[in-house]
Design a protein around this ligand. Sequence first.
Ligand code: G4F
Length: 346
Amino acid sequence: MKAIILGVAGQDGQYLAELLLSKGYQTIGVARRSSQPRNYLIPLLHKGLELIEGDVTDAHCMNSIISKYKPDLLFNLAAMSHVHTSFSSPSSTFEINTISIINILEAIRTLSPTTRLYQASTSEMFGKNFTEKNGEKYQDEDTALLPQSPYGISKLAAHQAVRLYRESYGLFACAGILFNHESERRGENFVTRKITKYVGQLAVAMQKEPFYPAVGHPIEDFPKLKLGNLNAYRDWSHAEDMVTAMVMMLEADKPNDYVVGSGETYSVEQFVDAAFKEIGLNWKDYVEIDQALIRPAEVDYLRANPEKIKRELGWQPKLDFEGLVKRMVKYDTERAALKSSLYERV
Ligand code: G4F
């Protein structure tokens, strides 16, 4: 069985490649051309990943990849995924997130109609909406979609295109409406990783008083952590749990869309608090609000109701919020310590 991952270089692409390879799939990873070497993909190449260059915004490129490999499974994880950035780059966000899926769907429909497609949809599509029932607030597959960012709108258009092609042409096309998912491989401009990276550096700086070479600031002059809105609530999971859901969707008997998340919600402030508590500090002494990081529109409350995927496909997350924070802080502390010791040796 053959699987292609579009967007293999990102957090989810890496975990998904590991999972598919462990399940015995021939796995082809597609990434945009980069002038920087992607050394972090070397372990995956050793495990058997075939890495090729490709761009989802180029229809010709999608046609040639899909007609050459005719994969059993195709995962579209390629995206401009940073919500705040989408406000300053709305056109390119649409090109990368929306035009791309039309290229992919058309290539599958005309060249490889038995290929099963996974589309990375997102809880950002709910925007301000939630369902309120029996005193609980959540989003599920029936909650109306009302995105609050160019990113959310671009993903909603892509989501609808996947449904349309499934219903009109009978393609096996699924969309996973994934809530926030994080890890030690998360990009450093997303809020969780930004926080844990800072906390890790602070932890090492405290041990190495009075000077912390990897950052170049003495502990008494350690720069503040600048954050935006701390009052937004998110449903945070580990990315490894999420890629398991992606594969379950494409290995199922019939195509469907599913909400995937932990079912719990925590504010950004609660994440900050939990991360600082890991190193025994009070976040209020280190965090500063920067108005430039406040978005023109915000999604205030996200909490998944993942009952459908649990019931129909048997999905269960392994790591909870506390475990996620611990794992990320531990990783970033060890990383900061390693960088610091390497610096001292040269
Ligand atoms: O980490 P974030 O940038 O993630 P956001 O906007 O929720 O989007 C992520 O999850 C979506 C799923 O719901 C994905 F579709 C999307 O691709 C991405 O993976 O921000 C989380 C919250 C926001 O409310 C933001 O306003 O944190 C708040 N925040 C506060 N200070 C910050 C910051 N976000 C970022 N990135 N950086 C800050 O300094």
